[in-house]
Design a protein. Structure first.
Length: 138
């Protein structure tokens, strides 16, 4: 049998995020999707489009655009070690993240963020990864 706490979410991780390593030392701070702030933002973004959604005139491209806009700042919370091609650090901002994630050539980066946000084990009170880390440091 499993203890009840083994299925309990750590709400601090859910809402404040967890750092994940992407590639080439890029780190992203990702909150769980969905979380309450994400859902509120998505609802506000979708509201003006409800008539088109009901009428079947809301396109996948529009859905993707609004979802990305909702993700930035509510799911993707921060990043580290991202530079432009000249080596200048790109600090995290909602505008910068929105520009990057909206660019189809950064699809892998966007998908990685979504995969992290949906990895429910990472957001548990005592995730398996934390348990392993604790054993290694003991």
């Amino acid at each position: 049998m499993a203890k009840l706490t083994s299925i309990k979410l750590d709400m601090k991780k859910v809402n404040e995020g967890i750092w994940f390593l992407f590639m080439a030392d890029i780190e992203v701070l990702v909150a769980r999707k969905p979380n309450s702030v994400y859902l509120e933002k998505l609802e506000c973004l979708m509201e003006p489009h409800m008539q088109n959604i009901r009428n079947g005139k809301f396109t996948q491209a529009q859905d993707r655009e609004l979802t990305i806009e909702a993700v930035v700042g509510t799911v993707l919370l921060n990043w580290k070690n991202i530079e432009d091609d000249r080596g200048k650090t790109i600090p995290f901002s909602v505008a910068e993240a929105l520009a990057i994630l909206s660019d189809p050539s950064f699809e892998d980066f966007y998908n990685f963020i979504l995969q992290c946000a949906h990895d429910r084990e990472q957001y548990r009170v005592n995730s398996e990864a934390e348990a392993v880390k604790n054993l290694q440091s003991a």
